[in-house]
Design a protein around this ligand. Structure first.
Ligand SMILES: C[S@@+](CC[C@H](N)C(=O)[O-])C[C@H]1O[C@@H](n2cnc3c(N)ncnc32)[C@H](O)[C@@H]1O
Length: 347
């Protein structure tokens, strides 16, 4: 069923941050073309309300290319050699001719699991360590495949032939070089945790990546391989609001639970966002620290703190940290996929 008040065209047009539009001319042309296609707009309206995200349609198209659709597979396989307008026209023509390609995937969720966000999380954890936090349990809410449960295992700005390299630009020049706190328990929560050993789950996460960035697919593959040697993590299935107390019950008193989420609370309903804030603030008063990376307009129910600095680039994610016993505070900005960070932690 479609919702006539939903402006799908605007959602498509605003799907990419301005800096990503510049970097990804074919995906920029594609979202613009989708925004003027009545078929594409109607399809987005058919998704359930919390998943009306252009990324779901983009992932559905990419998924069909990856499974060998006769029209989409060659377009996506050679995406970086094709004129942006030709790519967009080819993809939209396939979608308009066979909307069932996308419709069949609308039951899924946008589950993009971006390890680049671990570089932002690591910068925040380093800052907490410099303030005396030595031991933590990490609870990653909306963990998807769990790729952000290992901020201490990636090679961040220290490339190596071993393991997985992440590069992050320190735009504010404020990222401390002190070490990370020791991470004890690693607990991921998701409505539908994805399994790194399940081929269909891996395929869907590849589809959620952007085809003009083959380096992200390569990094995803390296991460899956490396994770086999990393410590095991506990995965809890269910809505964060229902499962968080269970997750915290696994956290022994020798370390502080850090409840972290990135690009997750925007999928909560406004009422769930308000309730989530109440639940977490109770835990913050007694034993936990809360960290989130979310776009402020998508999480108004969390009452994100006023920003004390403008984002250095538009489309940025706000970094919010609520230290044990404190109130949520603006700690700066980051690129949505962790390409850069501008940390502005209050002293
Ligand atoms: C866009 S993905 C982000 C994944 C990961 N946090 C990251 O930054 O790479 C959003 C994830 O949140 C999960 N999610 C959405 N609503 C949720 C809820 N109420 N409780 C738990 N997980 C949820 C989805 O299943 C999905 O895996």
């Amino acid at each position: 069923m479609t919702d006539s008040t939903f402006n799908a065209g605007a959602y498509y047009r605003l799907a990419l941050a301005p800096e990503d539009r510049e970097r990804l001319p074919r995906y920029a042309a594609l979202v613009d073309a989708l925004s003027t296609s009545s078929v594409a707009c109607a399809l987005l309206g058919e998704a359930r309300a919390e998943q009306r995200n252009p990324m779901l349609v983009l992932a559905a198209l990419h998924y069909n290319a990856l499974v060998g659709d006769r029209v989409l597979a060659p377009l996506y396989a050679h995406v970086n050699e094709i004129d942006p307008g030709d790519f967009a026209r080819g993809v939209v023509a396939a979608l308009e001719e066979r909307p069932e390609l996308v419709r069949a995937q609308l039951h899924r969720a946008t589950q993009t699991n971006e390890p680049g966000r671990s570089a932002v999380l690591a910068a925040i954890l380093r800052e907490l360590h410099s303030r005396g936090v030595e031991d933590v349990h990490l609870i990653d809410v909306g963990t998807s495949m769990g790729l952000n449960l290992y901020p201490d295992f990636y090679n961040i700005n220290s490339p190596s032939d071993e393991g997985v390299n992440l590069d992050i630009e320190d735009l504010g020049g404020n990222v401390t070089r002190v070490g990370l706190p020791r991470i004890h328990e690693r607990i991921g929560i998701d409505l539908h945790p994805l399994d790194p050993s399940n081929a269909e789950d891996v395929l869907w996460l590849k589809a959620c990546l952007w085809p003009e960035q083959p380096e992200r697919t390569t990094r995803f593959e390296h991460t899956l391989k490396a994770m086999k040697d990393w410590p095991s993590a506990l995965r809890l299935t269910g809505s964060a609001l229902d499962v968080i107390d269970d997750a915290l019950s696994f956290c022994t008193p020798d370390a502080m639970p850090v409840v972290f989420h990135s690009w997750v609370a925007a999928y909560f309903s406004p009422e769930e966002q308000v309730r989530w804030r109440e639940i977490i603030m109770r835990h913050v008063q007694s034993r936990a620290t809360w960290i989130y990376l979310e776009h402020p307009w998508g999480v108004k129910g969390l009452a994100p703190p006023a920003t004390t600095s403008d984002p250095p680039r538009s489309g940025a994610t706000q970094i919010v940290v609520c230290e044990l016993g404190g109130e949520p505070a603006h700690w700066g900005w980051a690129h949505p996929h962790g390409r850069w960070v501008a940390l502005a932690a209050p002293s």
